[in-house]
Design a binder for this molecule. Structure first.
Ligand SMILES: O=P(O)(O)OC[C@@]1(O)O[C@H](CO)[C@@H](O)[C@@H]1O
Length: 309
């Protein structure tokens, strides 16, 4: 089973407007509300693809209740730990092929709530081959939170895929995450290395490896993906670009990586699957869903090339 971790879940509200113009008022064409947060999106995509998965994290308040109802309705397995604070909302405004995202910071999680969550998390790991850790931390949770969870996951022999940024990434690297999956902007800000070229992306990946990541995958949007792995260095390029809402594409990538890693696939297959699921997420109006036709097309048409050292 794959355990997707979402410490700071959200009720994602997506508004579509004709054209977004800051400083003016807008008539919203459609409103969509669905359970979100990066780990929820990972579990949602895996469930859609019939890969056994469960999402865990902390939830609370009226919005937390709505999120849990949404997960039940969508058939996404969950085991959240309750908190007194209220789960956040995020707002995504889509217009033509642009998405503007407003992420609330989230509730405060107390030390005792964190302890209770870590007990729930550890209890889920006997059946877990893969653990994904994605997204921002709620207030009150120390920046060492992911490092702590990696330690617990490794005690249970689970493979950890980590997708976060900033201080929590820097601290998590000391705990030796198996795979760090981040985008090129996060790679640049966490290493101080420019990532606007393939050479720069691999230099950043090497630095993240030196800092503690066993393997590193850096997504580059339309420019594809680069991976520094134990089996070599690879770049992946999609045959065509998909237009749509890119919110949640990174989470679909993580889901594809987790599913193919659980299958024991080789790196080219893992990168092809993950890239295809990311493209298939862009084709859908909200995060956490895939256009299955696009997923199949892209998996067949994404090229993976090994780059000699
Ligand atoms: O504030 P975070 O945790 O970094 O990001 C939260 C978020 O914007 O990311 C997802 C898309 O990746 C959305 O479903 C979600 O609400």
């Amino acid at each position: 089973m794959i355990v997707a971790t979402c410490l700071n879940p959200a009720l994602d509200v997506t508004y579509s407007v004709a054209a977004l113009q800051p400083g003016t008022s807008h008539r919203v064409r459609t409103v969509r509300r669905r359970p979100g947060g990066k780990g929820v999106n990972v579990a949602s995509v895996l469930t859609q693809q019939a890969v056994p998965a469960l999402v865990t994290g902390t939830v609370g308040g009226r919005i937390g209740d709505e999120l849990i109802v949404g997960l039940d309705t969508a058939g996404i397995a969950h085991r959240f730990s309750p908190i007194a604070g209220t789960t956040r909302q995020t707002v995504t405004i889509t217009s033509e092929d642009e998405a503007t995202v407003l992420n609330e910071p989230g509730p405060i999680v107390t030390d005792s709530e964190w302890e209770a969550f870590t007990a729930v998390f550890a209890g889920l790991l006997d059946d877990a081959e893969i653990v994904t850790l994605s997204g921002s931390l709620p207030g009150g949770v120390r920046s060492s939170a992911y490092a702590e969870l990696i330690g617990i996951a490794h005690q249970h022999d689970a493979v950890v895929i980590l997708d976060c940024e900033g201080e929590s990434l820097v601290e998590a690297l000391h705990a030796g995450p198996d795979i760090v999956k981040i985008n090129e902007h996060e790679a640049a800000s966490s290493t101080g290395i420019e990532t606007d070229s393939t050479k720069g992306v691999f230099a950043a990946a090497e630095e993240l490896h030196v800092l503690g990541a066993v393997e590193v995958v850096i997504t580059r949007g339309a420019a594809g993906v680069a991976a520094r792995t134990r089996d070599g260095r690879f770049v992946g390029t999609a045959a065509r670009t998909v237009n749509g809402n890119p919110t949640g594409a990174g989470d679909a990538f993580t889901a594809g990586l987790a599913a193919s890693t659980a299958e024991g696939a080789d790196w080219p297959t893992r990168l092809r699957r993950a890239s295809a699921w990311a493209a298939a997420a862009v084709a859908m109006p909200t995060a956490g869903e895939l256009d299955l036709q696009v997923a199949t097309d892209h998996e067949n048409r994404t090229t993976i090339e090994e780059i000699p050292k």
